[in-house]
Design a protein around this ligand. Sequence first.
Ligand code: ADP
Ligand code: MG
Length: 310
Amino acid sequence: MKIVIALGGNALGNSPKEQLELVKESARPIVDLIEEGHDVIIAHGNGPQVGMINLAFEESKSVNSKIPEVPFAECNAMSQGYIGYHLQNALREEMLTRGLEKSVATVVTQVIVDKNDQAFENPTKPIGSFYSLEEARAIEAAKGYRFVEDSGRGYRRVVASPKPIDIAEISILSSLMDSGHIVIAVGGGGIPVYRDGFRLIGLDAVIDKDFASSKLAEKLDADYLIILTAVERVAINFGQENEEWLSELDIATANKYIGEGHFAPGSMLPKIEAAKEFALSKKGRKALITSLSKASEGIRGETGTVIEDK
Ligand code: ADP
Ligand code: MG
């Protein structure tokens, strides 16, 4: 089967040292799927990593004026390279250890969004450092950035989270996959860009990695989208006494549960929405939400939550 794997934050940790250890753990279940004969392509989140890069530039600029302004799209590109390096390093070693002669590489990926996406009218994603109200107002006036108060900790810049429309590098991703190579792509949801004639112009925005992975799976004509996260299954009444873990979810039931507010907006809801979009994009396509260590069992139907259009 052709599988897109979306790795969540718990697969990567919060610092380069932590990440280098965690990617070894993450490589095993992915290589299990490769060993079983599946064609896989790997997507991943980048919240803590892009935050670290952005913060490093912002803080160093305040002590050394020679440090240039580094836009958020460039920070995303750096995070794709740095996370890709660790992932391809760990996957290579795990494959060689098992005698699998396959190459692995990261493709820095640009994801096309609509410049007029509704999301730009109401930016929601906090990024970068915390500022006082006066500092925030001054930056707002100088650069036109938007700031919001972030849970009593100070003012923080917010950027939009537009929906992915297309993937600029899709044909090379497809060729690499068809030639039997392992590819890491659309890291952190991809670099958000919009089309202006032949030019693609980077935006200060964040594309949700669950939606970007779903778009990637759709464009590659994949059979399966596997979203690997911190929980083995999706639940209704999550965290409550009457919590119920789901092994299957059809579209109508998913919509009903979404309406009843069972899935948290910043975490599980985008996964359910992304899974739904992929399942609805063509007959037979399925999405699976499970934990990293359960990927193989999940694809054999032994655990996880499968979302499909029945
Ligand atoms: P990732 O980094 O993989 O994107 P998130 O933290 O964004 O992970 O989303 C996964 C988290 O969603 C789970 O760890 C869980 O705490 C939370 N969650 C919210 N609602 C649900 C639900 N209904 N069922 C299961 N998990 C849920
Ligand atoms: Mg998430």
